[in-house]
Design a protein around this ligand. Structure first.
Ligand code: KG4
Ligand code: ZN
Length: 339
């Protein structure tokens, strides 16, 4: 089995996967409540929480899987990007374990973790990866489309300013909704007969026909609207619902606007699959639209299980598996063996 460790942000997570991607255990200790009073993640608190939870979680993962230390063949750990103190806890912990066990350690880019996550299943072996797929990584820190061929990942675009999840969170905070804002906005947008067309919201276009995202315009527009119509979490529920639906629609509209351009630009043989990943991929409206988008183009749409949308170690271990056999020296960043 491969042991996965993820500590890049505010979730301490440990997973054990079999070589075929079968997730035996995926444990997540969320710190959301610790950060909620501050309306965002406090890095120092995150590092200390990881320190407290990491090793007990590893012990529990082994116990839950009925596994022994000898069953662990390699360790995949998030090496970046993320909060530096938080990453250090995970990497140092993984190094200590790898040293003690005399097994290889595989450094995983957090984004690669998200990218392959839609191919993990709730039970059983993972779905075999297609030759080529498009991946939209949409989270609190990232909004990018990737062109993925096996272990080769090419970024096609990025956001010029805020990430889509960050925009959800900031606007939610402005109107007094708790952190994280994405699920809150979705919940209120679903309430009653929310009208997503009550407030007009243009999709920002770039003069240079860039494929990039830009969410700061939508953020500023949303804040202006909220002020104008006195939208508050504890205000008029119908106005709140209409506002949330309008704002959510604007964010999603831009995603598809750029995806359309990427799709028409991409060379043949075109990808057979389109996948979404990251915290925002849990959004129900977005998931439905993605299915429809793929269907009209004859594509397979891969939506990650909601448990694999937010940060988790199963996806890190799975990305570690894509990096080849643990015995392949090119893939291993550190190999320790007790003399
Ligand atoms: O991937 P993730 O757990 O952490 C990062 O690596 O950023 O993503 C967290 C982000 C937050 O911004 C949160 O508001 C957003 O994902 N999110 C959602 C939903 N669930 C989580 N955004 C929109 N709709 C949701 N249902
Ligand atoms: Zn993430």
């Amino acid at each position: 089995m491969i042991l996965g460790i993820e500590t890049s942000c505010d979730e301490t997570s440990v997973a054990l996967l079999e070589r075929d991607g079968n997730v035996r255990v995926n444990l997540i200790a969320s710190q959301i409540e610790r950060h909620q009073p501050f309306g965002g993640v406090v890095p120092e608190i995150a590092s200390r929480e990881h320190l407290q939870h990491l090793f007990p979680l590893v012990a529990r993962a082994l116990a839950d899987a009925g596994a022994k230390w000898e069953d662990v063949e390699s360790i995949a750990v998030t090496a970046g990007p993320g909060l530096i103190g938080a990453l250090l806890v995970g990497v140092a912990g993984a190094q200590g374990l790898a040293y003690g066990l005399g097994i290889p350690i595989i450094a995983v880019n957090h984004l690669e973790g998200h990218i392959y996550s839609p191919y993990l299943l709730r039970e059983g072996a993972a779905i075999p990866l297609p030759e080529r797929f498009l991946s939209l990584v949409i989270s609190g820190g990232h909004s990018s489309i990737y062109d993925v061929r096996g272990p080769d990942v090419r970024r096609i675009n990025r956001t010029r300013d805020d990430a889509i999840g960050e925009t959800f969170d900031k606007v939610a905070k402005f109107i007094g909704l708790p952190y994280p804002g994405g699920p809150e906005i979705e919940k209120h947008a679903r309430a009653g007969k929310a009208d997503p067309r009550r407030f007009p919201f243009p999709v920002p276009q770039f003069k240079d026909e860039s494929l990039d995202f830009s969410y700061s315009g939508i953020k500023a527009g949303a804040i202006r609207l909220a002020r104008q119509h006195d939208v508050r979490a504890d205000g008029d529920p119908a106005t709140l619902a209409d506002f949330c639906a309008t704002f959510q629609d604007a964010l999603i509209a831009q995603l598809f606007d750029r995806l359309d351009s990427v799709w028409s630009d991409i060379d043949a043989p075109k990808p057979t699959d389109v996948a979404i990943a990251g915290g925002v991929a849990a959004n129900g409206v977005l998931r439905d639209r993605m299915l429809a988008w793929g269907e009209t183009r004859g594509l397979i749409v891969r939506l990650p299980e909601k448990r694999y949308c937010t940060d988790n170690a199963a996806m890190i271990a799975f990305a570690g598996l894509q990096k080849g056999s643990p015995s392949d020296p090119r893939r291993v960043v550190a190999r320790s063996r007790i003399a």
